[in-house]
Design a protein around this ligand. Structure first.
Ligand code: PBG
Length: 326
């Protein structure tokens, strides 16, 4: 048969050098944000069962580990606190000597240029495990705003470089922005968990943070996984309230949302590669069913390709190492 093949896409895949030349997406250590769980006490580095390789750290041990992360080139960390005591109004979330506040001060004392982002939410601090104040079995939006803003302010006063509200209450970005501005912190950016879904992929995190709701679920405030127009509305609102960076969470099952966000808005986009996504890869790798490094690197580049400017991931240290020994 006579056949003339003119278009040959395989020409540009002939060698690693050519493939590198036409590569559209790059992954850099500067794209990464590393999350930490900090607990009260001394000398503690305890592995979280459903997240092998992720630990509860006391402040002293956290500093050692954060130094290593920074040494690997990771520019930013995100802090979650597990308090010694939880109550109805999450008082330890906004206490000046709360666990996150103390951790931020201690880190900033020794590492000024590491960017410390604090997660701002109440669920790790409430006895009922919900992200806000409970009134008649419902998370009361407007009463929660004040406590969230107080929490954000106390983190910033302790030295946090950026705050990341993850509660999904309406109006919280604007409320926090106004309080920070009024107190003189006009230059502290807000990274908003804007499109945060009511996802089952947070399971291991809730074990780590002991923050599983004691009744009901988070579906009256976090988003329905079936929706993406709504994600754009949430992002739009957060930007109009003053968000500097917006986030989509979880990451891999929601890359279509990341792409829509990137195409529709002109602000930096973060994606949170959450605990369940981490645990799945770890479990499969431990069983010898997947090659961990290859799967993780492919996942990271996919998040970038979808439009993420930065990635919050428990794999950050591994990725940083793998990027240098490629
Ligand atoms: C706090 C918060 C959660 C996560 C980040 N911030 C848990 C939740 O909403 O239940 C999840 C992170 C992860 O799964 O890695 N609201």
């Amino acid at each position: 048969m006579e056949f003339e093949l003119l278009k040959r896409p395989r020409r540009l895949r002939l060698s690693q050098s050519i493939r590198d030349m036409v590569r559209e997406t790059s992954l850099d250590v500067k794209d990464l944000i590393y999350p930490y769980f900090v607990v009260p006490g001394q000398g503690i580095k305890q592995e979280i069962k459903s997240m092998p390789g992720v630990f509860h750290f006391s402040i002293d041990k956290l500093i050692e580990d954060a130094k290593e992360a920074y040494g690997l080139g990771i520019p930013a960390i995100m802090l979650f606190g597990i308090p010694s005591h939880k109550d109805q109004l999450a008082s330890q979330a906004y206490a000046d000597d709360g666990i996150v506040q103390r951790a931020v001060r201690a880190i900033k004392d020794v590492m000024q240029s590491l960017i410390v982002i604090t997660d701002v939410c109440l669920c790790e601090y409430t006895s009922h495990g919900h992200c806000g104040v409970i009134e008649n079995c419902y998370v009361d939006n407007d009463k929660t705003l004040e406590l969230l803003a107080k929490t954000a302010l106390s983190h910033v006063k302790a030295g946090a470089d950026m705050v990341a509200p993850s509660d999904m209450m309406d109006g919280r970005v604007g409320y926090i922005r106004q309080l920070l501005d009024r107190e003189g912190y006009v230059n502290i950016p807000i990274m908003a968990y804007s499109a945060k879904y009511a996802s089952s992929f947070y399971g291991p995190f809730r074990e780590a943070a002991q923050s599983t709701p004691q009744f009901g679920d988070r579906k009256t405030y976090q988003m329905d996984p079936a929706n993406s127009d709504e994600a754009l509305r949430e992002i739009q609102l957060d930007i109009s309230e003053g968000a500097d960076i917006v986030m989509v969470k979880p990451a891999l099952p929601y890359l279509d949302v990341v792409r829509r966000a990137k195409d529709n808005f002109n602000v930096p986009i973060a994606t949170y590669n959450v605990s369940g996504e981490y645990a799945m890869i770890k479990a499969a790798a431990q069983s010898g069913w997947l090659q961990e490094k290859a799967i993780v690197m492919e996942s990271m580049v996919s998040m970038k390709r979808a439009g993420s400017d930065m990635i919050i991931t428990y794999f950050a240290k591994d990725v940083a190492k793998w990027l240098t020994i490629r």
